[in-house]
Design a protein around this ligand. Structure first.
Ligand code: SF4
Length: 713
């Protein structure tokens, strides 16, 4: 006989892991647990969930939860903790200036939390230094979109994967990292005979299932797509009318491509691929009209990430394959709300609602927020921001919902640096390395709501806004991030601007800020949602922006740019003349290997949630390094033995997996684990903090490293 609690209706919410943004039906059992199923009505997943999403019910217990505020390592009242934050920020701003304060946000935050953090920092505290872990995830794709389209707009949607005849995946292990989208690709192959091509130095599960895998040398993507552009031109496969009427810069881009990779043979030489494989890819791309090119971290997390993105987009613009069913470049976002963060301006180079720092934009936001201290220019991006902490330029840091002491490049040095701050505030739901560090002097730890307890919206990779809904009671003294920030703002004298009573109120304000009257050249506009009632917000159905009007466009737009009109001043897209490949700098006899980092199938980020599930942890139980058999022999490594991997900035002890899935000279280390051995730093922490000059995204795929066997245990 089901208990009354079990008979409770399922709550429709959204998975908190990857950027696919799957709909979830959560049925609470009334005792703190929950049964999880896929939402058959959600257009991202139609009822399917991957291993991580299915195991969400195993992650909602209260073990490791932060339940009470702490100040200087002692349990405190909310009154005391909020006073310590507000007093500390005020004192530091007066003594060192507002730009000595920084915020580091997260693609895990809901859009409403992100909006309030951005408004508080940029409008009222007056600091431009607000960046996010999304900098590590997709900022190169954002920059590539802006250069090509004049705005950060994903042109297509997931349906394009269902309708494509060729799906090219660049730097993406979608089978593990976007599994539900990958199922759609496999379905497209079964139903329509679509071909799948993967381009990745590693032969991952995705590569295993592809029709053609191109295991190119790390960092040579711009050569491959330059060669493709040349091939398309010489094979007569350009859409000359589209190029002439709707784009600019083609001749310069083609000329540069010819310098980089003038032929299939030259492309093969530059990328380390067989000429036959390069030619097969070129012929397939040229002959297929319905092509989607999905790209992810292998493209973005690179010192050339923006150029790589533009090299891909160039090929779609040259063939006019954009914004139409079954075709276009498609950035696959890593995090559940990286897109929502972009919408509210939660990146250091944005202001709010896709606006930047043109004087009229600053003025518009200042008037809308009635913000006395509005900033007028960009702040420091993540890597530079943490370097500034090391140099003592930043005195106060507020981290929300992320764990930079594990996930940032040079994490060991950052760990030392944050201990020197005058104020270190961490808002977090679960114990992390960062929360552990926020228990010393001059620290404040604020317990935040977790997934299942908080209410708001997220936006997935195809611009689809969905609701996350609460179905569990707030445990202990945990509170919503927006409410915490509102209370701090009140203590700083800005109560009127932060008098929110619900997430719905914040969402309406955010939507109203995005609305541009009679301005056809705007991208992100959800002004049609500015008058949503509380009830309508509660029942809001997933829809893709732009959503400028109620009613007629309530479901949003699946695709943009089909009319060839982009968001540049002249409405033409831009080709970009990209740079030739810059191969891993710094490889030396001491550090002869190229270290790549990435995800495993069943863990999410730094494992604070997925690590709770035995089922998920069973897939890979310990951190490992993948090594090619030639390198295993060269360095005396055995499969199942242990090795010390050392970069310029850190070391890690890892279990050795010998596999020909990595190239000779390359190794792979997952990003998830922390505090596993007495050695500090692994995965991203071993990276040096080299960044893309346009996006500021750090290189996490090509760090010079050495390796040696160790006796362990
Ligand atoms: Fe969650 Fe992504 Fe899996 Fe969907 S594919 S269930 S969003 S982790």
């Amino acid at each position: 006989q089901p208990s009354p609690a079990l008979a409770a209706p399922a709550v429709k919410t959204t998975c908190p892991y990857c950027g696919v943004g799957c709909g979830v039906l959560a049925t609470p059992d009334g005792q703190g647990g929950v049964a999880i199923a896929g939402d058959p009505e959600h257009p991202a997943n139609f009822g399917r969930l991957c291993s991580k999403g299915s195991a969400l019910g195993e992650t909602v217990d209260l073990q490791d939860r932060l339940l009470k505020p702490m100040v200087d390592g002692q349990v405190a009242s909310w009154e005391g903790a909020l006073g310590a934050v507000a007093g500390g920020l005020k004192r530091i701003a007066e003594r060192h200036g507002p730009d000595s304060i920084a915020f580091y946000l997260s693609g895990q935050l809901l859009t409403e939390d992100y909006y309030v953090a951005n408004k508080l920092a940029k409008g009222f505290l007056g600091t431009p230094h607000v960046d996010t872990n999304s900098r590590l995830c997709m900022s190169s794709a954002v920059a590539a979109h802006r250069r090509a389209f004049g705005s950060d707009t994903v042109p297509g949607c997931y349906e394009d994967l269902d309708e494509a005849d060729l799906i090219v995946l660049v730097g993406s292990n979608a089978a593990w990292c976007h599994p539900i989208l990958f199922r759609r690709m496999i379905d497209a192959r079964a139903k329509r005979g679509a071909k799948i091509v993967t381009i990745d130095p590693r032969r991952t599960q995705t590569g295993e299932e592809a029709d053609l895998h191109l295991g190119l040398m790390p960092g040579t993507d711009t050569a491959l797509f330059s060669g493709l552009l040349v091939h398309l031109a010489e094979a007569g496969r350009l859409d000359a009318r589209f190029v002439a009427e709707h784009t600019a810069g083609f001749d310069g881009a083609l000329e540069r491509a010819r310098q980089i990779a003038p032929s299939a043979e030259a492309t093969a030489q530059a990328t380390g691929l067989a000429t036959g494989d390069v030619q097969a890819f070129f012929d397939l791309f040229a002959a297929t009209q319905k092509v989607v090119t999905g790209f992810s971290q292998g493209v973005n997390q690179s010192a050339q990430g923006t150029d790589k993105g533009n090299a891909i987009i160039n090929c779609h613009l040259a063939t006019g394959r954009i914004g139409k069913p079954g075709m276009g470049p498609l950035s696959l976002t890593g995090q559940p709300n990286a897109m929502g963060g972009r919408e509210v301006g939660g990146l250091a180079n944005m202001l709010a609602a896709h606006m930047h720092f043109a004087p009229e934009e600053v003025d518009r936001v200042r008037r809308f927020w009635k913000a006395p201290n509005i900033i007028t220019g960009e702040g420091m991006k993540a890597v530079a921001l943490f370097e500034a902490i090391e140099r003592g330029k930043i005195k106060a840091l507020w981290v929300m919902g992320t764990n930079p002491l594990v996930s940032m490049p040079r994490a060991d040095r950052i760990r030392d640096a944050v201990r020197q701050l005058d104020l270190y505030v961490v808002s977090e739901a679960i114990a992390t390395s960062d929360s552990a560090c926020a228990t010393g002097k001059k620290t404040v730890l604020l317990p935040a709501l977790a997934w299942g307890e908080k209410d708001g919206t997220v936006t997935n990779s195809e611009r689809r806004i969905s609701r996350q809904r609460a179905f569990l009671k707030a445990p202990g003294e945990a509170r919503a991030d927006w409410a915490i920030m509102g209370d701090v703002a009140r203590r700083l004298g800005h109560g009127d601007a932060f008098a929110y009573r619900s997430a719905a109120e914040i969402f309406r304000e955010h939507a109203a800020l995005s609305a541009f009257e009679n301005d056809g050249a705007r991208d992100f506009d959800i002004g049609g949602l500015a008058d949503l009632s509380d009830r309508a917000y509660d029942g809001y159905l997933p829809a893709q922006w732009p959503l400028p009007k109620r009613g007629t466009e309530a479901k949003g737009r699946a695709r943009l740019f089909a009319d060839g009109r982009f968001f540049t001043f002249d409405r033409r897209a831009r080709f970009v003349a990209v740079q030739p490949p810059a191969l891993a700098q710094g490889v030396s006899p001491e550090r002869p290997l190229v270290l790549n980092t990435g995800r495993v199938r069943d863990h999410w980020h730094t494992m604070t949630r997925t690590g709770k599930s035995q089922r998920l942890s069973a897939h890979r139980a310990v951190p490992f390094v993948e090594v090619h058999p030639d390198d295993a022999a060269r360095f005396g490594l055995k499969d199942g033995g242990f090795a010390r991997v050392a970069s310029e900035v850190g070391t890690a002890i890892l279990e050795v997996t010998v596999t020909d899935g990595v190239r000779p000279g390359a190794i792979f280390v997952p990003m998830h684990w922390s505090d596993m051995t007495s050695s500090d730093g692994r995965g991203a922490a071993l990276a040096r903090g080299v960044t893309d000059p346009v996006s500021g995204q750090p290189e996490l795929k090509a760090t010079p490293a050495g390796i040696a066997p160790v006796a362990y245990r």
